[in-house]
Design a protein around this ligand. Structure first.
Ligand code: GLV
Ligand code: MN
Ligand code: MN
Ligand code: MN
Length: 428
């Protein structure tokens, strides 16, 4: 039986920082908007090219590559007890419009480099190690976040909904999936579901997307919990009409209903009294969208989150009550109030936290326990296995904008902690 142990000397863990930086830069060039911004939306040509790039790197790292019906990509390094549940790591490479090049990417390219680090150190895993590229962590195209990991975790409702889901251009999910080479002959996406116990642990490396680590000069964030996200779609329908001819008392302006609801979202969030409650109206569309036409329809998409699920749910209820009240007082129809997702928070597992803490200590890096206010595929992987996340500092906490930046030194630290954590978990 092959002998394996955690790399005895942490100095044998060396990250090829130069190659990793080059890969991050190259991947960022698969974008539909000019640098430094990155826009890489699910199943577009750029997304397909970026996926090919990552699969190639997985192959070069000696991983065997598998893809499922929605394009979750798995790169596997067989352990010497391959029948045991594997240890997995990974993140996403899709990028919301005009965002940056580190969100998600660090956890995919960094994971492949962590495998390379372990291979170079001579480590042999007991449990197999798997790198996962998750499909569409961002909700950009089909409105649902963590599409790939949500399905892996067995969401029947999503598998069903995706059969009829279309994007803003009315192109169906299945059609775009097929054009990207997925969903080949099966319209039944339940083939993507994984059994509980497929993985013994899942660890995701990610930029913090907040300012704490940088401000406090700490190298590694050890995530203990992920806040509970929810998103809503709301539509109002009024009468519209001529912006000059229809007098103010005779209007049922759907645009003003939307504006009023947007302010109500902020009010209800602040009413919670907790700094952990947040709400955003990131999409607000008016129809027909002409300067001299009263909006006859409006469409809002609302994101709200909290580490406390009940408090988050109270905000959703209040937003609903406000939408009903506004529709009455303004004489517009509330034609849609749809909760797209209303997810519980997730807790990291003690065993994974322990492994991450020990790894960080052995590498002589400073660390801090923290919560993740952003959501991640880890939120759903926690339904399948023990979960944990490693955060690294990023410039001013910037994310979801082109100024997003993490230094290669911080990324390399994260990769080392990930490598050592995977090694430990693979032997457990
Ligand atoms: C992830 O992108 C999030 O919005 O938290
Ligand atoms: Mn993101
Ligand atoms: Mn992300
Ligand atoms: Mn709509």
């Amino acid at each position: 039986e092959p002998h394996s142990s955690v790399p005895s000397s942490t100095s044998s863990l060396s990250v090829d920082a130069q190659s990793l930086q080059k890969q991050i830069d190259e991947l960022s060039s698969f974008s539909d908007t000019p640098a430094p911004s990155v826009t890489r939306v699910l199943y577009t040509e750029k997304d397909v090219l970026a996926r090919r790039y990552v699969k190639n790197l997985m192959g070069l790292a000696g991983l065997s590559v598998r893809e499922d019906a929605v394009g979750n990509i798995f790169g596997r390094w067989d352990g010497h007890e391959p029948e045991l549940a594997a240890v997995a790591t990974g993140s996403h490479i899709d990028a919301i419009p005009y965002s940056g090049k580190y969100d998600g990417v660090v956890g995919v390219l960094g994971a492949i480099e962590a495998i390379n680090v372990l291979k170079r150190s001579g480590f042999k895993p007991r449990r197999s190690l798997e790198v996962i590229l998750f499909t569409s962590e961002e909700p950009t195209r089909y409105g649902i976040s963590c599409l790939g990991s949500r399905l892996l975790a067995g969401s029947e409702s999503l598998a069903k909904a995706l059969k009829t889901t279309t994007d803003s251009q009315n192109i169906s999910f299945l059609e775009t999936a097929k054009s990207a080479g997925y969903a080949k002959d099966e319209d039944d996406l339940s083939s993507v579901f994984l059994k509980k116990g497929t993985y013994s642990a899942f660890v995701e490396l990610h930029i913090e997307q907040g300012p704490i680590l940088e401000e406090e000069g700490i190298s590694i964030g050890i995530v203990t919990a992920i806040a509970a996200p929810a998103s809503l779609k709301v539509e109002f329908e009024g009468n519209g009409g001529h912006a000059g001819a229809v007098l103010m008392p005779n209007r049922n302006d759907a645009g003003l209903a939307a504006a009023e609801l947007a302010l109500a979202v902020e009010k209800h969030v602040l009413e919670s009294g907790s700094i952990d409650t947040v709400g955003t109206v990131g999409i607000l569309e008016l129809h027909p969208g002409a300067i001299n036409s009263i909006p006859s329809k409006s469409h809002l998409e609302i994101d709200t989150r909290d580490i406390d699920e009940n408090r988050r749910n109270q905000v959703i209820d209040k937003i609903h009550q406000s939408a009903i009240r506004i529709s009455k007082t303004r004489g517009v129809k509330l034609s849609e109030f749809h909760i797209v997702n209303q997810d519980p928070p997730a807790l990291s597992a003690e065993v994974v936290i322990k492994a991450m803490e020990t790894a960080t200590r052995e590498l002589n890096l400073t660390s801090k326990l923290m919560i993740s206010r952003a959501y991640h595929d880890s939120l759903f992987m926690a339904r399948l296995s023990s979960m944990g996340m490693i955060f690294i500092p990023c410039y001013k906490g910037y994310s979801h904008k082109p100024e997003e930046f993490a230094s290669i030194q911080d990324i390399s630290n994260g990769v080392k902690v990930l490598a050592l954590t995977l090694a430990k978990l693979s032997l457990q």
